[in-house]
Ligand binder design. Structure first.
Ligand code: 5FX
Length: 532
């Protein structure tokens, strides 16, 4: 980035419920933020939390025109706020993963000749073959998932190619469903974009390539060769390679911004568009995760992201290509039993008080004298099991623990599970490994101490309310210099860093090393009991 203090980079995030933007200056400081809420700012689309839930209870879509109109509104809002578009050197962005957009034949030509006197929404009114875009919350494609797995030789084989076994929300299975149920619309489609590459296309005034990271969430791309997998394409829909076009690294400079934005908003002609990516890869960039680091987001559902070098795709979790370093990968694991389960145990064992919960953790020893618990109040994703299971130091199932032991068993169990599953996907603690904790529970020091002890690594906290958006602004800035060999890490040196919260207690490694193995064995036992 030039040294002009007034120059900046923009990061957009087309997330499920809103469109967000962040502008950062040459010193990586946030100089502007804005957002458009789909439900409240665009009530004419009648979405709930940004989506339409269909009657079958499985299909979930969002109106593609809502996303286009949100961008019109966002740019007008920025203009009204006095934002100077001529200072923008580069733009990048992220989108909710897996969602798809179906551009109608003739739309490329339309994108290339947008009339700056009109808004995007009216210009692109007739540009989409499918107006209700399937999104990540959809779970209506079980049939297509089963077919895809069997076509490539099984679930593990599919994971070995694409980084994940078949998932209903993954784009390839959504495309297969559209081809099967709405063949006319599929045939009318000239290009299929992800939400991320669709948004990039608007800025580029041409179809933007899917980037490797977001492309890894489709069950279609070989994450090692970074090409579409022929067996997967063949099992999904005809003529798919043409409709997708080749994927590209997330660091790619796609080209200059469309003349439409230059004339309508005053962007510079040479403002660059850097490939857009998925929101989770965007967050990895926003959190400045580095090799060996692990991010643990402790929210309604708990999510773990990892930066890994040697991925081992498994039947659980996902491996995506890394958005900031083409030679690396990121793994993502989601757990449904997160803060709601912690709150239930807090209510039952410490009278609803977090102080009481923390005192219980402080007053019980690391390793809980061998007591281990598995607490799946709702069907877990990783592993797919439900129920509460308590084991004593001899691995014998018991009905109850004392309150303090129950609290520690829950927190240790949740973190042992995260480490066990991360290791299955190829995670290794290396010198300098950091655990980055975010989300509601990351403000509780006692919980963070257990996290640090279980991972035998220091825990840092970071405020990531806007991590995907901020990550996109960082990636835009990196995109300007990535071609000259500058690493992402060097490009964002000086950005606000994560703060050290706790270090592992002495002896933690000796306690939790054997417990990891025990936890893995007990979890397998739980899973077996479920399938018998
Ligand atoms: C990841 O695989 C997901 O489906 C979600 O985290 C979406 O990306 C949310 F936007």
């Amino acid at each position: 980035m030039s040294t002009l203090t007034s120059s900046c980079c923009l990061g957009f995030d087309f997330s499920t419920q809103q469109l967000k933007v962040v502008a950062i200056d040459g010193n990586l400081q946030v100089v502007h933020q804005n957002n458009v809420h789909f439900d409240s700012d665009l009530p004419e689309f009648r979405t709930q939390s940004g989506v339409h839930l269909h009657e079958d209870g499985l299909t979930v879509t969002s109106p593609v025109h809502m996303w286009v109109k949100a961008l019109d509104i966002m740019l007008e809002k920025m203009k009204k706020a006095g934002f100077d578009f001529s200072c923008v050197e580069a733009i990048s962005g992220s989108g909710q993963q897996h969602g798809s957009v179906y551009w109608k034949k003739g739309s490329r030509a339309r994108l290339q000749g947008l009339d700056p006197a009109k808004d995007l929404h009216s210009l692109l009114q007739d540009s989409f073959a499918v107006v209700d875009s399937p999104v990540w919350m959809d779970s209506s494609t079980t049939k297509q998932c089963l077919y895809l797995e069997s076509a490539v030789g099984g679930a593990q084989q599919l994971a070995d190619i694409t980084g994940s076994r078949a998932y209903e929300r993954f784009t390839g299975n959504q495309i297969a469903k559209i081809h099967q149920l709405q063949p006319d619309k599929y045939n009318e489609t000239e290009r299929i974009s992800l939400v991320s590459s669709f948004a990039a296309s608007l800025f580029l005034g041409d179809y933007a390539a899917v980037d490797y990271s977001d492309g890894s969430g489709m069950n279609l791309m070989n994450i090692f060769s970074k090409q579409w997998s022929k067996p997967c394409l063949n099992a999904t829909a005809p003529m798919l390679a043409e409709k997708l076009s080749d994927p590209t690294p997330a660091t790619t400079l796609l080209g200059p911004i469309s003349p439409y934005f230059v004339k309508r908003f005053g962007f510079l002609e040479n403002c660059k568009v850097v490939a857009f990516t998925g929101d989770n890869p965007g967050s990895l960039a926003g959190m400045q995760l580095q090799e060996g680091d692990i991010a643990v987001s402790l929210g309604t559902s708990d999510t773990v992201f990892l930066w890994i070098k040697e991925p081992r795709p498994a039947l659980e979790g996902h491996i995506f290509c890394n958005p900031v370093d083409c030679t690396s990968y990121m793994a993502l694991i989601c757990y449904k039993n997160g803060s709601l389960t912690r709150e239930r145990i807090r209510n039952e064992c410490s009278g609803g008080s977090w102080e009481g919960f923390s005192s219980a953790l402080d007053s019980t020893p690391m390793g809980n004298n061998g007591s281990i618990g598995v607490y799946f109040d709702v069907v877990e994703i990783t592993p797919p099991a439900i129920g509460v299971y308590r084991f004593d130091q001899h691995d014998k199932r018991v009905d109850a623990f004392t309150r303090e032991v129950e609290i520690r068993a829950l927190v240790e169990g949740q973190f042992l599970a995260k480490r066990v599953h991360a290791q299955k996907l190829g995670y290794r603690i290396i010198p300098g490994t950091k655990v980055l904790a975010t989300g509601g529970a990351s403000s509780n020091k006692a919980i963070l101490q257990v996290l640090s002890d279980v991972f035998s690594a220091p825990v840092y906290t970071i405020d990531v309310a806007n991590s995907a958006c901020l990550g996109s602004a960082y990636r835009a800035m990196h995109g300007l210099v990535a071609g000259t060999g500058v690493s992402f890490k060097d490009a964002v040196k000086g950005a606000p860093a994560a703060q050290l919260a706790v270090r592992p207690s002495p002896g933690a490694m000796e306690v939790y090393g054997p417990l990891l193995k025990r936890y893995a064995d007990l979890e397998a036992k739980v899973l077996m009991a479920k399938t018998q």
